[in-house]
Design a protein around this ligand. Structure first.
Ligand SMILES: [Zn+2]
Length: 150
């Protein structure tokens, strides 16, 4: 579980709301204007598999934060990171979209984002890359960086 609170921006008034992880499933409301802070459409419980063909529609056109993992089946660090990434997708479900893309099968996207080694996790907001995390970082470091997207 994510240890501390989530900060979620209200879609109506823009106020930042602190939401304890235990209340994440319970339909939190904005403390200022009482607007329900509903998970937006398009977020999933598990990472979405994307490709050169779908990267633009699934990731770049997505309104909101996205974490994309570039990985390869031959990469040991990736195999270690994938289950962690899956856990994070579930923890941040409704707040951050998670996607994964296989490096070797999708050379155009890898080239576009200058991904030469794996694993690399790109963090995007509204289609713009805001951070690039290289290597299999410990879960707490990933959580820290993911929270900075909210
Ligand atoms: Zn509000």
């Amino acid at each position: 579980m994510v240890q501390d609170n989530f900060i979620v921006r209200c879609p109506n008034c823009g106020a930042k709301n602190r939401i304890p992880p235990s209340r994440k499933d319970r339909q939190p409301i904005c403390g200022k204007c009482r607007t329900p802070l509903q998970p937006a459409a398009g977020f999933t419980e598990h990472p979405v598999e994307v490709s050169d063909r779908t990267f633009s529609s699934e990731v770049l056109s997505f309104h909101g934060p996205v974490a994309v993992l570039f990985w390869a089946p031959w990469c040991g660090h990736c195999r270690r990171l994938l289950p962690v990434f899956d856990e994070l997708a579930s923890e941040f479900s409704g707040y951050i979209k998670f996607a994964k893309i296989e490096l070797d099968k999708n050379p155009a996207t890898a080239t576009q984002f200058q991904v030469q080694s794996v694993p690399v996790t790109l963090l995007l907001k509204d289609g713009r890359v805001v951070n690039s995390l290289v290597g299999a970082l410990p879960k707490y470091q990933l959580e820290y960086n993911l929270k900075s997207l909210l």
